[in-house]
Design a binder for this molecule. Structure first.
Ligand SMILES: O=C(O)C(=O)C[C@]1(C(=O)O)C=C[C@@H](O)C=C1
Length: 359
């Protein structure tokens, strides 16, 4: 079966672009015309828009669907929209929509995901699943599994970032470690980045998009509008098709792997040094834990509390400084020692409890 989301059939990142929301037939036509002239043939456009608060533009709904059909008759494009219910799916299929996506607010709800998946039983259509709004890897994995179980094979996922309370920079925090970990579970699934929703402002879009390519994402879904400042939704983050074209021309695509033999030799050499450094690190860690256990026994013998705030504070203050003088990021060192201290407490508590129960 021919699939759209096949990692091996795309040499360049897959680009999906289009307006946040479909507003008028003219806005849709003008935007698509410009995108097509740049060679973009996968178009996105919001029809039903789940908004955080009432009063924001929630999409035109069903009346926009025939406009999409007209656009598809006029231009050689495939069209993607968001669906959030079985009813949406039915209407989208009736209007020959080519690609569906499940939004971040739907992915959080297994009932909704299941409903959408079941409405697609026996249908051969590409589906993209956005990460849930909250940073919950299992929910994202679960959503993919629900579609796989129903038999949907042409699947991709979209990393659109996660809701946050105080991230001053991003609209949705990228928390890159989550999509990276996701990929360890589904290495063959295409992972598409959505720099528009992560950044929330157009100046930041290229930076996020480049970071995604540096991390080997397979594609980008980007909001583009013929007149972004007048957009009915997400005005601050949409790019004109011209700006999008410029941005795409500036992005550097990276090779997935080292290829040349000489590079591979050098890489193998440096990696073996890393192996040695990691080994040293683990031995040092082992030594530290043995000393911590020794103090644990001593604390038990003398009936002294596990937590020693003064000493801990001294460590917490000094280690980041030591690290910094070696050129290491002090915040990282603080985090590492925080984890080590938790482990010391756990180990020593175990020692104290164990000896006590033997008495
Ligand atoms: O110095 C001690 O008392 C220890 O047990 C070691 C250690 C540590 O991990 O460095 C562990 C627990 C204390 O709160 C302070 C420090």
């Amino acid at each position: 079966m021919e699939t759209l989301f096949n990692k091996n059939s795309h040499s360049k990142p897959l680009i999906i672009a289009g307006p946040c929301s479909i507003e008028t037939p003219e806005q849709l036509d003008n935007t698509v015309q410009e995108l097509v002239s740049q060679g973009i043939n996968l178009i996105r456009g919001g029809v039903w828009k789940p908004r955080t608060r009432p009063g924001s533009f929630e999409g035109l709904g069903s009346i926009a669907l025939p406009w999409i059909q007209e656009i598809k008759n006029k231009y050689p494009v495939k069209f993607a929209i968001e669906v959030a219910s079985a009813q949406h799916v039915e209407e989208a299929l009736a209007h020959e929509i080519d690609i569906l996506w499940v939004g971040a607010r739907s992915t959080v709800n297994p009932f909704t995901v299941q409903e959408i998946a079941e409405s697609l039983k026996g249908v051969n259509i590409p589906v993209m699943i956005k990460n849930p709004v909250n940073p919950d890897l299992s929910l994202w994995i679960g959503a993919v599994e629900r579609f796989q179980k129903i038999g949907i094979q042409d699947l991709a996922v979209i990393h659109r970032g996660f809701s946050n309370f105080r991230d001053q920079i991003h609209r949705n925090s990228p928390l890159w470690q989550i999509p990276i970990e996701f990929r360890t579970h589904f290495p063959d699934l295409m992972m598409i980045n959505d720099p528009s929703h992560i950044s929330g402002k157009r100046d930041l879009v290229p930076i996020i998009a480049q970071k995604a390519l540096d991390l080997n994402f397979d594609g980008l879904i980007i909001e583009s509008h013929c007149n972004p400042d007048q957009a009915w939704s997400d005005a601050a983050q949409q790019l004109t098709p011209k700006n999008l074209e410029f941005m795409l021309s500036q992005l550097k695509t990276r090779k997935v792997k080292f290829e040349a033999a000489e590079m591979l030799n050098q890489l193998a050499e440096i990696r073996s040094q890393i192996d040695q450094a990691d080994h040293d690190l683990l031995e040092a860690l082992h030594r530290r834990m043995q000393l911590v256990e020794k103090i644990g026994e001593y604390k038990k013998l003398n009936n002294v509390a596990v937590l020693q705030m003064e000493r801990w504070k001294e460590i917490f203050d000094s280690r980041p400084k030591w690290g910094e003088s070696l050129g290491l990021n002090p915040e990282l060192i603080q985090e590492i020692f925080g984890i080590l201290h938790q482990e010391s407490i756990r180990t020593q508590t175990e020692i104290l409890d164990k000896i006590e129960s033997n008495n």
